[in-house]
Design a protein around this ligand. Structure first.
Ligand code: T5A
Length: 215
């Protein structure tokens, strides 16, 4: 029981969010917890179209303000079409990135005013905040190395390089201390070890949802 909650997975590129989202949803199935899982940017039809612009067209010149509004445009649809309806159905929502990505990348990374970014994000989300943020921490270089192991090139953000991603990581470390519901998780080690840390955090943060069974 106890669904109707929102858990967001966060961290730099290659920290292992998608891998951990999959392991988490397998655990939810074992526990019999109904859930919806989706990624940002994307998840909705318009969100996937926005994703194409912002991710897959690195040749486009995109001012930081435009980039911010594109991510928030995707989020507005994500909340209204996916997150809210799923929560209203009593499901637990697993989001691969949410508002903290915008704070870390467009606020810390691009240097946009963080208070303004928060205000605009609040408009996009209608004020919906995650119950839990799982913030996967890994040195930016290690995350890129994990990712580039699989493919070459990189999207718009990956092409910004190590210094940009180090700033984003530092942002995440600050946000993990200040953002309500945030839990910093060491993302080093193999995926199974990281998943065990996720279970520990969730059993403590949401004890009414995650019983000790299945650990
Ligand atoms: N963005 C997004 C913003 O700037 N603002 C915003 O508001 C939002 C929402 C999203 C991009 O958009 C930006 C941030 C991003 O640049 P994306 O492709 O959705 O892009 O996100 P990425 O973080 O780039 O996603 P990735 O899938 O590439 O990284 P993950 O999810 O962190 O990592 P994962 O699980 O895919 O793993 C990457 C590789 O590492 C391996 C995996 O097998 C995979 O090969 N791996 C491990 N290897 C060793 N040990 C482990 N523990 C491992 N876990 C995974």
């Amino acid at each position: 029981m106890s669904e109707g909650r929102l858990i967001a997975l966060e961290g730099v590129e290659g920290a292992g969010k998608t891998t951990q989202a999959e392991l988490l949803t397998q655990w939810l199935i074992e526990l019999g917890i109904r859930f919806t899982a989706a990624r940002e940017p994307g998840g909705t039809e318009v969100g996937e179209a926005i994703r194409e612009i912002v991710q897959d067209r690195p040749e486009l010149a995109v001012p930081a303000e435009t980039e911010l509004l594109l991510y928030l445009g995707s989020r507005a649809a994500f909340v209204r079409e996916i997150v809210r309806p799923a929560m209203d159905r009593g499901e637990l929502v697993v989001a691969d990135r949410y508002s903290m990505s915008t704070f870390a990348y467009q606020g810390y990374g691009r240097g946009l005013d963080l208070d303004r970014v928060r205000q605009l994000d609040n408009f996009a989300t209608g004020g919906l905040r995650p119950d839990v943020y799982l913030v996967f921490d890994l040195p930016a270089e290690d995350g890129l190395a994990r990712q580039w192991h699989g493919h070459a090139g990189g999207d718009r953000i990956e092409r910004e390089g190590d210094a940009f991603l180090r700033t984003v990581r530092d942002g995440y470390l600050e946000l993990a201390l200040s953002e309500p519901g945030a839990h910093l998780i060491d993302a080093s080690g193999d995926a199974a070890a990281v998943h065990r840390r996720v279970r520990e955090v969730l059993m403590e943060a949401l004890p009414e949802t995650f019983s000790t069974e299945g650990v």
